[in-house]
Design a protein around this ligand. Structure first.
Ligand SMILES: [Zn+2]
Length: 188
């Protein structure tokens, strides 16, 4: 999973998040880069961008605030969730195919790290239309759910350069899948 890092200037420090029950999906209700969300959220007096990830229409994925910290994206759920924002307004627009694919890969990657997390929409949690009626939830969630161990293997390969056979060998052990998921988590 190729996630682009941005060199944000934070206004303050973060609180470590102790549980991850949900992966919550949002739309931006607008367009622009990750830095522009960061600027908006700073202007609201926040520490910086409130989401953990941002998926642009071209399929590029950007990091927001650090993954292990409490976000600012969903009232009442920030201390137990990861927030992903998608560029666009899916109340009125259709999602580009590249963005759907990238979102599914990101969700799969996060489910590899947090296997018991549930994927939710912002509107499941708060009174909002976010992320809009045209948001491709089923495609993103189902494809994401189908690739968690595969994503973990991909992460380990990318970070460690281990051969396929070595990772397959690990997967054959008792608790092998858990081990692979844990190793991937440690490598993020
Ligand atoms: Zn939202």
């Amino acid at each position: 999973m190729d996630i682009i890092k941005t060199d944000y200037k934070w206004n303050g420090t973060f609180v470590k998040r102790n549980e991850t029950k949900y992966i919550i999906l949002h739309h931006r209700a607008g367009n622009g880069d990750a830095e522009s969300i960061h600027e908006q959220h700073l202007a609201q007096g926040w520490t910086g961008i409130g989401y953990h990830f941002y998926v642009r229409k071209n399929g590029r994925v950007y990091r927001g605030r650090p993954l292990g910290t409490v976000g600012a994206h969903c009232q009442g759920q920030n201390s137990c969730s990861v927030g992903i924002c998608f560029e666009g307004n899916f109340e009125t627009e259709k999602m580009p195919e590249k963005q759907i694919r990238a979102g599914a890969r990101l969700v799969g990657y996060l489910l590899a790290l947090f296997p018991s997390a549930e994927v939710k929409l912002h509107r499941d949690m708060n009174a909002t239309q976010c992320p809009g009626k045209n948001f491709e939830f089923d495609k993103i969630r189902k494809e994401g759910e189908n690739m968690s161990v595969e994503e973990a293997v991909e992460i380990i390969q990318a970070k460690s350069g281990l051969e396929d056979e070595t990772i397959e060998f690990l997967l054959c052990y008792k608790y092998g899948e858990e081990l692979v998921l844990k190793i991937a988590e440690a490598m993020v």
